[in-house]
Design a protein around this ligand. Structure first.
Ligand SMILES: [Zn+2]
Length: 249
């Protein structure tokens, strides 16, 4: 398959997103912004980089582990990297969403953990979206609320210090011949659809025609045209999108 992607920090920020891709796989990660003491001396960019390369390694290694098993192994591997220096029991330990795609022969497998969606367009032109929207239904959104809900039953699950988060991911498998395009993205980009009224097809068309940088420009334009306070959370966010094509090839 062909993969085209971009990952860019919000204006003036440090990029907490991460993308890594190869001929047969893509990983998109969205690290949670660190606002308070976390028990970790490393920080979010460190976490997403180490998690991303372990996910990539797990997907290209022989043996054919399931995406859930690859994710569990990557979480475990990252924990081992900083268990000696950091408090991994801290509830604000750095964390990340996960969106993964792997083509194996005639199959296209995907995994989504938390709110980085995967949009799948089939050859009949229909688009289905895989997203775990647990973060849209939390009892509250203060730092304390998020801390209480993170990686807890009834809350939301992210890749951090608990291997069992992998069990909470959404997974699925498609016939490669049925798939036309797949877009994996962080919520910094999916807001074009979720907030600004775009369709997934329009977003994929733009990336295909003008490259992924055009999606970033569209996000920033929409954000600048929005009155402050219209939406919960940050005005700008890091943006990452990967568009995959050519599954049948
Ligand atoms: Zn650490």
């Amino acid at each position: 398959m062909q993969v085209t992607y971009i990952s860019e920090a919000m204006p003036g920020g440090v990029n907490d997103d991460f993308v890594v891709a190869g001929e047969r796989f893509v990983v998109v990660l969205d690290g949670a912004t660190q606002l308070s003491e976390s028990g970790c001396v490393h920080g979010v960019p460190w976490l997403v980089g180490r998690l991303g390369v372990r996910l990539a390694a797990g997907m290209v290694s022989e043996g054919g582990a399931s995406l859930r098993a690859v994710l569990a192994g990557a979480i475990e591997g990252v924990c081992a990297l900083h268990e000696a220096t950091c408090d991994l029991a801290h509830p604000n330990s750095p964390s990340s969403t996960v969106a993964m795609l792997r083509q194996r022969g005639e199959s296209v497998e995907y995994l989504v953990l938390c709110d980085s969606p995967i949009a799948v367009e089939t050859v009949d032109g229909k688009v289905q979206v895989v997203v775990d929207d647990a973060t849209s239904h939390l009892p509250g959104y203060t730092q304390e609320d998020l801390c209480r809900s993170r990686n807890q039953p009834g809350g939301f699950w992210v890749a951090s210090t608990k291997v069992e988060a992998a069990e909470q991911a959404l997974t699925g498998c498609l016939e490669a011949a049925d798939v036309r395009r797949v877009a994996l993205m962080t919520d910094g980009v999916s807001r074009l659809v979720e907030r600004y009224g775009w369709t997934w097809g329009r977003l994929m068309d733009l990336v295909e025609a003008e490259g992924p940088g055009a999606a970033v420009r569209a996000v920033r334009e929409a954000e600048r045209a929005t009155a402050p306070g219209t939406y919960r959370g940050k005005v700008h966010d890091d943006v990452t999108i990967a568009l995959c094509r050519g599954f049948g090839a």
